[in-house]
Design a protein around this ligand. Structure first.
Ligand SMILES: [Zn+2]
Length: 262
């Protein structure tokens, strides 16, 4: 489309008009994108000794309500690795009681990731849950799993975040986005979707948009946390994949994680 426009305009030998119109289109898209701007929060992390704490963190041990509270993989029957724990009272906005926890089976010997299709939402190779903090965490010796280095999330940096172009159609942002305009947005780093780890904001889609839906109400689920290119968790989803922890707007216990890669 972009190429065709360029070509036909060039044939008319009207280069000035073409470049002006690209700039105009760029400004118009930017104005539209501005209306859909959200604030995302980038985690600031510090290394921390592994502990059964209730803090927001990547890796380490999870907070456990009791000795049988650590989720087990259905395929290999081993404890799953803690990828992320969010203490909802420590969030920069939408503070709440309790914790969100994301567990993922990384057992490569048993190939759980592909057997249980961990990339799909609601896979049995992942566990996502919202739990209350009751007493001190139970402490158990996990069975043979990967425990990632614990990185405590000590702060959140707000940053403007814009919808991914895969989302434009859904949100009526886009009328027609020429390749030229798209390139210009990228060159100027304007209206971009954050590709790093972030709380809230817009999902960065590697393949097409893949919002999951609440299994009861069928509402489209919303992004809570993106595990992107920050590498706070030293685990790669396929070939440089990006994963999304999402939550139903109707039920805060309806949570899921899914990922896609290039
Ligand atoms: Zn497993």
């Amino acid at each position: 489309m972009g190429f065709f426009n360029w070509f036909s305009k060039k044939e008319e030998n009207n280069k000035t008009t073409t470049s002006q119109s690209i700039e105009e289109k760029y400004q118009s898209i930017l104005t539209q994108l501005e209306k859909h701007k959200k604030t995302a929060y980038l985690p600031v992390v510090e290394n921390n000794p592994i502990s059964f704490s209730a803090h927001s963190k990547y890796g380490g041990y999870p907070y456990l309500r009791n000795e049988n509270d650590w989720p087990v993989c259905e395929n290999c029957k081993l404890h799953m690795s803690l990828f992320l724990q969010l203490n909802l009272s420590e969030l920069p906005i939408k503070k709440d009681e309790g914790l969100l926890q994301l567990f993922y089976c990384t057992n490569q010997e048993e190939d759980c990731e592909s057997k249980l299709e961990a990339f799909f939402h609601f896979s049995k190779a992942t566990a996502c849950r919202k739990i209350n903090i009751e007493n001190h965490s139970a402490e158990i010796k996990p069975n043979n799993i990967t425990i990632f280095k614990e990185k405590r999330i000590v702060d959140w940096q707000p940053k403007d975040d814009y919808p991914h172009f895969e989302d434009y159609a859904i949100h009526d942002v886009l009328i027609n986005l020429d390749d030229d305009v798209y390139d210009l947005l990228e060159d100027r780093q304007a209206g971009q979707t954050i590709v790093d780890d972030k709380l809230f904001g817009w999902p960065y889609w590697v393949q097409g948009e893949e919002y999951p839906f609440d299994r009861k109400t069928n509402s489209q689920m919303e992004l809570v946390f993106q595990i992107g290119e920050s590498e706070h968790i030293p685990y790669m989803f396929g070939d440089a994949g990006i994963g999304h922890l999402t939550q139903s707007p109707d039920n805060d216990e309806e949570l899921t994680f899914g990922w896609a890669c290039y």
